[in-house]
Design a protein around this ligand. Structure first.
Ligand SMILES: [Zn+2]
Length: 276
């Protein structure tokens, strides 16, 4: 069940968030790039703040990574403009075309060469979608969790037909808020309905895959694969998303100074925004 998911970690008040190590590190990291947090994310909005706490590690990446101008992209045009500016670069892994930012792709290729020399595989999970995604991809993946979850809670008589229809009809930002409100009532929307949907699929526009710095690894259960990726700057920064790795381009020992905290779960090491 969801007993190992500490909801209080991310259900933070604005005051608690702004006094966190992550907030301080994020403000510094953005300033270094000539960016201001208030332009990137409205942290007074609880949903935006929550999404930043879940997926915001990517904003702490090394200088050779371009970070998104916003914590939640608002549509396809904004995503396409960013991905062009980030110079999406393609590589071929096992006949699958993978597209990432140049620094992320170079580090992934180096990790893969090292893995192969040591005799193990490091391959994409689920085809090309393992790396680059479009805004429409994130909308489709989100709906693929929301629809069965609404049906499930309807069947359990925890939702009325009207309530479910209203949530279904909402556009992405409002629907994300409505789903998180249902989850606050215990109506979780992950694949097995045991935890937040955010640990199963990103909100539309909020996925690190849109920023071209995320890669889903087929062999994520192999500790040698995880260690090899970490040596090349790839870390697990989204809680409970076991195959998902984020390119930070940093050394593991430097992650606490970047505003991330180490959390062990399912026998794996996650580096999450330090907001608790
Ligand atoms: Zn992923």
């Amino acid at each position: 069940m969801h007993d190992n998911i500490d909801a209080s970690r991310t259900d933070t008040s604005a005051d608690r968030f702004t006094s966190s190590p992550f907030f301080a590190a994020l403000t510094r990291a953005l300033a270094r790039r000539g960016m201001r947090l208030e332009d990137v994310c409205d942290i007074n909005n609880p949903v935006a703040r929550r999404l930043l706490a879940e997926y915001g590690a990517m904003f702490l990446a090394a200088d050779d990574v371009l970070v998104p101008p916003v914590c939640v992209f608002r549509g396809e045009a904004e995503v396409a403009e960013f991905q062009a500016r980030a110079r999406a670069q393609a590589g071929l892994i096992d006949d699958v075309t993978i597209e990432l930012q140049p620094a992320a792709l170079a580090a992934l290729v180096a990790a893969r060469v090292e893995a192969q020399a040591a005799g193990f595989r490091l391959t994409p999970r689920g085809g090309a979608e393992a790396a680059r995604r479009s805004y429409a991809d994130t909308v489709r993946l989100w709906a693929s969790r929301v629809e069965p979850a609404l049906e499930h809670w309807l069947a359990q008589e925890r939702l009325t037909t009207n309530e479910a229809a209203e949530v279904c009809a909402l556009a992405p930002p409002a629907q994300v808020a409505a789903i998180l409100a249902l989850e606050a009532r215990g109506l979780f929307c992950s694949k097995d309905f045991s935890k937040s949907i955010l640990y199963s699929v990103a909100a539309p526009g909020a996925s690190q895959h849109l920023a071209l710095v995320a890669f889903d690894v087929a062999e994520f259960t192999n500790p040698s694969v995880r260690a090899t990726l970490a040596r090349h700057g790839w870390f697990q920064t989204v809680r409970s998303d076991l195959p998902h790795f984020t390119f930070l381009g940093a050394r593991e020992q430097d992650l606490p100074d970047l505003g991330l905290e180490r959390v062990g779960e399912h026998g794996q090491t996650f580096w999450l925004p330090a907001v608790s």
